[in-house]
Design a protein around this ligand. Structure first.
Ligand code: G16
Length: 545
């Protein structure tokens, strides 16, 4: 079969963000747009001839056609084999698991994560390296540089489509294409980590769970593991069929978007345990009966209880959290006498710590939790970890969290998102904040709040020394409260300002305040310092989680 070299022109907007290249579907549908990015990636990957690549996506609109394009280009660029999930499907954590278990060279994931899908929705592509984790910045920057100068790409453009719905081996030119069961490797890995007997007994005793897959790729994984291997009643997994437009929803597991789950978990008749995962199944939300667990607390609870679960029986080497994630995990690390690393936002920053054996569990406020079992955050893994804890403790979700607060104190936490802000206004707000930094330290704001430290977070990776600057403005107060401001790196329309608010209550007994009320003073200070309403022209944050 003939390798065609096709002339193209460079696009200027292909810089990968926090999690790969994310744009509107219509942008990806432009002639050569996807091809340019994929060729730029292949051009900068050393010694990839004959190697094995993993390819799959979250099933959103454009997934199948993009998979076919990538297969033809991988063949023309000399890859030896591609492992592709049946139906073109693979969740993000499953790609990571497959890369690691089969020692593949790397993987391409087609997803825009929790962003809406469909013809008018978002699409995305990200590259994962041989450790199974997101490409580090030096690779994403090299891809971007290449996209600026690219003038041609290679493809077996005349090859017939691969049948993505039949398991087994096919060929494109010289290259083997193995269509694999997207769930199998992942399900095996989960059985190595968790106590499946205990969880089976929990369901057999009549306990009930509701897992909302949000019409995204998590459905097949949850059905196989929960309803199949663990014997949960059929119907435990809802919205379990991956749909190209996620049923018109925002597949983002948080109280603002998973409203159906929150409603179903309310009242005495609600199931014992509720959970959801996002578009590509790497995020998770944990819900008890009338009780929502913040992602920051979830990480801390899992860390404090890790040795009750088979895969973590030997204890944790360390914990890592992204900077805006609350300090609840730090309190656990301190009690356990292990380090807690504070990294910039983005899962890629955990990779070096996990590879070096310095951290075992990682988590982010953005509903991402994971461990050294893969190099991605992992939605269903977090849910199974909680389920395992519920099964061995016999406690409810709420009881586990309240016991945790009683022991470690409570970190009230909320994120306010100001979405669709014109980029120049958002930039002006951040510039204004940065300019004020020198005068903020030591400032009194009333309510007993005095700034202890004000800076723009910079990070030096303790393993490879890589430096990342301008990762978000943070104000730390003398009582441990924090306000963090940063602009999202994953949006596709205008800018999103994220304001993260946190207050520590060492003795939460008798102080059960609604979160927004507990944070009211900090919310007011955030606006006063940053001029949020003035810059954005908006009165309230659009999404509060
Ligand atoms: C991605 C990264 C996460 C990160 C999040 C932040 O999530 O993988 O590690 O926390 O972006 O998003 P933002 O920059 O918008 O705050 P995902 O689930 O979109 O891949």
């Amino acid at each position: 079969m003939k390798i065609l070299t096709i002339a193209t022109r460079a696009f200027s907007d292909q810089r990968p963000g926090t999690s790969g290249l994310r744009k509107k579907v219509t942008v990806f549908q432009q002639a050569h747009y996807l091809e340019n990015f994929v060729q730029s990636l292949f051009d900068i990957l050393p010694e990839h001839a004959g190697q094995t690549l993993v390819v799959g996506g979250d099933g959103r609109y454009h997934n199948r056609s993009a998979v076919q394009t990538i297969l033809r280009m991988a063949a023309a660029n000399g890859f030896g084999k591609v492992l592709v999930g049946c139906g073109g499907l693979l969740s993000t954590p499953a790609v990571s698991a497959v890369i690691r278990r089969r020692a593949a060279y790397g993987g391409i994931i087609l997803s825009a994560s929790h962003n809406p899908g469909g013809p008018d929705g978002d699409f995305g592509i990200k590259y994962n390296i041989g450790n199974g984790g997101p490409a580090p910045e030096k690779i994403t920057e090299a891809i971007y540089a290449r996209t600026r100068t690219i003038s041609e790409y290679h493809s077996l453009a005349d090859a017939a489509d691969i049948d993505l719905d039949t398991l087994g081996r096919q060929h494109i030119g010289e290259m083997e294409v193995d269509v694999i069961d997207p769930v199998a490797d992942y399900a095996e890995l989960m059985q190595e980590l968790f106590d499946f007997d205990a969880m089976r007994a929990w369901f057999a005793a009549g306990k009930r769970m509701r897992f909302d897959a949000m019409s995204a790729v998590g459905g097949p994984y949850a059905k196989t593991i929960l309803e199949g291997l663990l014997g949960a009643p059929v119907g435990t997994v809802v919205n379990g069929e991956p749909l190209e437009d996620f049923g018109g929803h925002h597949p983002d597991p948080n109280p603002a978007h998973a409203t159906e789950l929150i409603a179903a978990m309310s009242g005495a008749q609600a199931p014992d345990f509720g959970a959801a995962s996002d578009g590509d199944a790497d995020r998770n939300m944990i819900v008890g009966r009338d009780f929502v667990v913040t992602p920051s607390d979830s990480l801390a609870v899992l860390a404090a209880n890790a040795t009750r679960v088979p895969g973590y029986r030997a204890g944790l080497a360390g914990i890592a959290r992204s900077m805006p994630t609350s300090c609840a995990a730090d309190a656990v690390a301190k009690a356990l006498g292990i380090p807690c690393y504070e990294t910039p936002t983005g899962w890629k920053f955990f990779g070096t710590l996990l590879d070096a054996g310095r951290a075992t569990l990682c988590g982010e406020e953005s509903y991402g939790t994971g461990s050294n079992h893969v190099r991605e955050k992992d939605g269903l893994w977090a849910v199974l970890f909680w389920l395992n804890l519920l099964a061995v403790s016999g406690e409810s979700v709420e009881a586990l969290v309240r016991a945790h607060w009683a022991r470690f104190g409570r970190h009230y936490y909320s994120r306010h998102d100001w979405e669709g802000v014109p980029s120049e206004r958002a930039d002006a707000l951040m510039t204004g904040l940065r300019a004020q930094l020198p005068s903020l330290a030591g400032r009194e704001f009333g309510h007993g709040l005095r700034v202890a430290q004000a800076d723009d977070f910079a990070y030096t990776d303790p393993v490879d020394g890589a430096v990342s600057t301008s990762q978000g403005v943070r104000l730390r107060f003398t009582d441990g409260s924090r306000i963090v401001f940063r602009l999202s790196g994953t949006g596709t329309e205008g800018a999103t300002l994220r304001v993260y608010l946190e207050r520590y209550e060492p003795d939460p007994t008798g102080h059960d305040q609604p979160t927004q009320e507990a944070l009211a003073a900090l919310i007011e200070i955030a606006d006063r310092v940053a001029g949020i309403r003035q810059h954005t022209g908006m009165e309230v944050a659009g999404v509060i989680t």
